[in-house]
Design a protein around this ligand. Sequence first.
Ligand code: ADP
Ligand code: MG
Length: 320
Amino acid sequence: MENIIFDVKNLNLFYGEKQALINLNMQIEKNAITALIGPSGCGKLTFLRCLNRMNDLIDGCRVEGDILIEGKDMYKGDLNVVDLRTRVGMVFQNYALYPHLTVRKNIMFPLENLKRKDRLSKEEMEKRVLDAAKMVSLEELLDRKPRELSGGQQQRVAIARALVKMPRVLLLDEPLSNLDARLRLQTREEIRRIQRETKITTIFVTHDQEEALSISDLIVVMKEGILQQIGKPQEVYDQPANLFVAKFLGTPPINVFSGKVTDGQVKIGEETVLLADLPDQEVTVGIRPEGFVVDEDGTFSCALKGIEVLGRDISIVASH
Ligand code: ADP
Ligand code: MG
């Protein structure tokens, strides 16, 4: 359990009558970057909000089950909510920076609002701001106003503002969705770098599977409030738990055929595509685009529909 930060146990969440999370059980690793992925509305943000009890602020929201953070029950009262949120910082998708404040003052803001017993001296606050700014490479920009920054830099200010309280965990809601394509690539590398350097446990929500596969150590795939699979990106890609996961990951997507197994041969129509030690049955056959090898003498034939040249890749579009 030592490397586990969150241990989620039989978690169910309701908005009034509607159940948004259904019996979630999982363990999330410390010092790693974990992506929560799945289609819009599947409960990613809802689950993220459970991890620092932000859902307490939502009328009619009810939670059953529990989450342990480093062994402490979050929902059963081992930890008060203020302490929890100091440990678990969050950056919202629509993070608002204060336009009239400098970057320095924006980052300092959470420290200025600490309750009396936790208040820091002016010097300590300055030092914390500088440390947080350095982590996200903003130290040169501390005297600027938000409007003098690019979208990616503003995003980094929002992250620094969360880091300044020195949380154990950083939660990010769709951190890249407000950025244009080029900046997204750059900023996602930035987030990876920040995570590697600070080792801070980071959990982020995205609906973009490529983003998730490229920068995370672990991915959690959800659908309609139900956990589908949790694992290393490559493992989930290579060994999807079900057809939904197989289809959700990968561009171009996996090719799906209905087939059957007869005498140890997996067939699509009458053509054998694989040998497998399975009893005779109807099956669904999924083949990743890169799983095909062009071979004139191969057993599987299809009709060419077109060729797409995409710079690095060439896609053959065909039907069976
Ligand atoms: P995702 O982040 O995967 O897009 P959400 O967690 O935002 O999904 O939403 C999951 C489900 O819960 C959706 O059906 C959504 O409509 C519902 N939901 C989210 N927030 C609220 C809320 N504050 N009140 C009621 N229903 C909500
Ligand atoms: Mg959403």
